[in-house]
Design a protein around this ligand. Structure first.
Ligand code: SF4
Length: 346
């Protein structure tokens, strides 16, 4: 069976419905309400770097956390609050539920999906895996709870190379899903025996290497930071390739004053926070007038706004519900990732 499948992007009207422009007074008023509700509901916000800076800001101000998906998962497990509000996309809420089954996990919207998850449906992926019963199944965190439940390992981009190296050193053959670019990048580095499912991220796929070459000429002093969900041509032009956390770290530590960044542009909030004197430029994508579906910003991440955050706290709806068996099985592969990260990301 071919692992090439039709990409589906059911982006709803709600994406456009997100409200992100507020007067300073309105914003302060909303934040006041949200802070009060967080206390009343015994809740904490765990947000991804790709959500709007208003949400990142309020997560920081209220003892919540802004991070990549691995760190979001690790942070959530250490919290005493009974409710976690996961501001990101659906698989992140599911991961939080898998690791914290006793907690209530709610999200500003349950419609925020991910093209990688959508294009790795359990039934199709199971058929693919059944063809290679001797291989370890390694899935990226950007998958549904059911897919995690059938996997041997879950990984995020922060630890993917290290885990595949580890499995290769233990003479394991691998099935990798769902991101083909990250899979090919890891395969090139490790030379591991990998069968790769062919899905991709609609945001990182939009970056254009030919336009990046031109932009580099305009800014020869800029370092290029690329997320490994981008294609190989983009990766070959990078000074640093890494997960969101690794790219933020590089922007802080490299001596360059200017960076061209090929990942979701909401990451600039944290980059500017830690390096206010540096300049960050979006890597070129197809552009708003072209066929670009994302233009350097994930349309699903963009669905998270202050209004939805307030509403979900008020109504305590949008809860992630998973069946106990799926939680139990997915917890095995997901906890292996957490334990592996503890051991290898010291
Ligand atoms: S940026 Fe890409 S990988 Fe991340 S949630 Fe959006 S579609 Fe998925």
């Amino acid at each position: 069976m071919s692992s090439v499948i039709k990409q589906e992007f059911p982006i709803t009207k709600d994406v456009l419905g997100a409200r992100n422009e507020y007067s300073q007074d309105e914003k302060e008023e909303k934040k006041k309400i949200i802070k009060k509700l967080l206390k009343e509901r015994d809740a904490k916000i765990v947000a991804h770097y790709y959500v709007h800076e208003d949400i990142q800001e309020i997560a920081d101000e209220t003892g919540g956390f802004v991070a990549d998906s691995l760190e979001m998962a690790r942070f959530g497990m250490k919290q005493k609050e009974s409710t976690l509000i996961v501001a990101g996309v659906r698989f992140m809420g599911e991961t939080a539920k898998i690791l914290n089954p006793e907690k209530k996990i709610i999200m500003p919207t349950l419609e925020a999906e991910c093209s990688l998850d959508l294009n790795c449906k359990y039934s199709e992926f199971k058929k693919f895996c059944d063809q290679f019963p001797d291989r370890e199944i390694v899935v990226y965190a950007n998958t549904s709870a059911k897919v995690k439940a059938m996997a041997d390992w879950v990984v995020t981009s922060s630890i993917a190379v290290k885990l595949i190296e580890y499995l290769k050193n233990n003479r394991k053959k691998i099935i990798w899903a769902p991101d083909k670019h990250l899979g090919n990048y890891i395969k090139n580095i490790t030379n591991a025996d990998m069968k790769i499912w062919k899905s991709s991220c609609i945001v990182h796929e939009e970056f254009k290497s030919n336009l990046l070459i031109d932009l580099k000429k305009e800014h020869p002093d800029a370092a290029v930071l690329v997320h490994p969900e981008s294609d190989l041509k983009m990766i070959n032009l990078a000074n640093v390739v890494g997960s969101t956390t690794q790219l933020i770290k590089a922007s802080k530590e490299l001596p360059n004053k200017k960076f061209i960044v090929a990942t979701d542009n909401r990451i600039f909030y944290k980059m500017k926070q830690s390096s206010p004197d540096k300049t960050f430029i979006e890597a070129p994508s197809g552009g708003a007038g072209a066929t670009c579906k994302s233009c350097a910003h994930c349309p699903w991440m963009a669905m998270n706004d202050l209004e939805k955050l307030e509403n979900v706290l008020m109504n305590q709806n949008n809860e992630i519900i998973l069946d106990p068996k799926t939680i139990e099985e997915a917890a095995i592969s997901t906890n292996k990732m957490i334990n592996f990260a503890k051991e290898f990301l010291k």
